[in-house]
Design a protein around this ligand. Structure first.
Ligand SMILES: [Zn+2]
Length: 463
């Protein structure tokens, strides 16, 4: 018996995860993400899927980031009617993310004179197909194929997917692997029981600064920014990064390490996602943080935090005198409410812009990080006289040493015959594969898009 694994997305690229697994009787997809970033590929997003979607029995999701879930409504629009499996927190977050992206994608399509990728009703149908599956529960999701999910410590609800057939031939896909230890999530769990593993390699060739340093740097940067007396702007991704920022701010204020200035969470999506973190934190966070949640009313809120959901509430922020902190999306300043605040406050030298996330080439955030004195925001030029501070190490991805430890833990099970390095830029995938080979003495493969591999109890080979 064998499993066939095909790479239809997330090979040689960070985004657009889409893997196809075929057993003797069943067919399952893992992830159905959208491609993002400067190298946006129209055909990859709007083009047909490279398989007959009607014949797929089920879809299993690793986590709710758009590059892992963004094309699901199109899959449904094209005729997929199988069940979609994911952890309970992933379901709650995916519903928010897909609703949010539906309107953004529709605007994008209209701008390019194209039909929308999918309609609102496709999103509704998608939700009706979802079935939750918790970590550590074996479940047959297609004829002869069962899955087992484990925590990967990347974002709330993130999971690796181990899929096996009736004769116990198993392949595992990591999705994204967390930058453990995280203050919120438990560390990633090893996968010692798969014949082949597809692992992410986003930071396969780079190191993050140590975690302790990143908190101290954040504190020192905010202290400096507040003492300048201006606005402190933090463009942040709504999912995980924003919650980490709120958690650290709450700690700084509770310990009197920072002057108590007003903090605004000015993003409807981030406000809704934070509510999902509040809901599931007591059962899905690491145990010390779960205890903290039981002791305190909230680990993300503090007395002078205001969540500004409506446009009117958001506009009121302006009336609050500086210094104040505004956290808003988009994370790369490429839209959303942060653009409005940047247009208002960046020309003022007392302002500080704190960049805590990856900035894609070509994005306004990247231009500011590189020292541009003027950027285009919402269609108009804005002078940048503000201080721009760049803080590294807040990534939700393991770095090159974390990934190598993950591979080592998997190989300690003495069952894995090959590790595919995927979900990364080609150089990062190759670098990680070389290190797995050199340091761990294991077979590592950099797969190409469109390739199919056959996995048995004894071998992993391309067909
Ligand atoms: Zn992710």
């Amino acid at each position: 018996m064998s499993l066939r694994l095909s790479f239809y997305g997330g090979a040689g690229k960070v985004t657009g995860s889409n893997f196809f697994i075929e057993g003797a009787r069943g067919k399952v997809l893992v992830d159905c993400g959208i491609e993002q970033g400067a190298d946006f590929c129209e055909a990859c997003t709007y083009g047909p899927f490279p398989y007959d979607v009607h014949t797929i029995d089920a879809l299993v999701l690793t986590h709710a980031h758009l590059d892992h879930v963004g094309r699901i409504p199109k899959l449904v629009k094209d005729g997929f009617r199988g069940k979609i499996f994911m952890t309970p927190p992933t379901k709650d977050i995916a519903e928010l993310i897909l609703r949010d992206s539906a309107s953004i994608l529709a605007q994008d399509a209209a701008r390019h004179g194209m039909a929308p990728l999918y309609e609102e009703q496709d999103v509704d149908t998608t939700f009706s197909l979802i079935e939750t599956l918790d970590y550590h529960t074996e479940k047959e999701v297609a004829p002869g194929l069962s899955v087992y999910l484990r925590n990967t410590g990347h974002i709330l609800g993130s999971a690796s997917v181990r899929m096996k057939d009736e004769e116990d031939v198993a392949v595992a896909l990591t999705g994204d692997i967390g930058n453990s230890p995280s203050p919120l999530l438990p560390d990633w769990e090893p996968i010692p029981d798969a014949d082949a593993i597809v692992m992410e390699s986003v930071y396969g060739d780079r190191l993050h600064p140590p975690q302790k340093e990143r908190v101290a740097l954040l504190r020192a940067t905010l202290k400096r920014a507040i003492s300048k007396g201006g606005a402190v702007l933090i463009p942040a991704f709504s999912l995980e990064r924003t919650q980490l920022m709120l958690y650290e701010l709450s700690n700084f204020f509770a310990a009197d390490e920072l002057s108590k200035v007003p903090v605004f969470l000015d993003s409807p999506l981030a406000i809704h996602v934070t509510a999902v973190y509040e809901k599931w934190g007591p059962t899905y966070f690491k145990s010390a943080t779960e205890e903290e949640m039981k002791r305190e009313k909230s680990i993300f809120e503090f007395p002078f935090l205001r969540q500004t959901l409506s446009r009117r509430e958001s506009e009121e922020i302006e009336k609050t005198p500086n210094p104040k902190i505004i956290i808003a999306g988009a994370g790369m300043s490429h839209g959303g409410r942060i653009g409005l605040w940047e247009a208002k406050y960046l020309p003022d030298p007392s302002t500080t812009l704190v960049i805590v996330g990856y900035q894609a080439p070509g994005s306004p955030g990247r231009r500011m990080a590189e020292g541009a004195s003027e950027v285009r925001l919402n269609g108009r030029g804005v002078r940048v006289r503000a201080k721009v501070e760049i803080l590294e190490g807040w990534s939700a991805h393991a770095d090159r040493d974390g990934l190598l430890r993950f591979a080592e833990a998997a190989l300690s099970g003495k069952r894995t015959k090959a590790i595919f390095t995927a979900i990364g830029e080609p150089a990062a995938e190759r670098f990680l594969a070389q290190r797995i080979h050199d340091y761990l003495g294991a077979r590592a493969i950099v797969p190409d898009i469109g390739q199919t591999w056959e996995i048995t109890k004894d071998s992993v080979k391309k067909i």
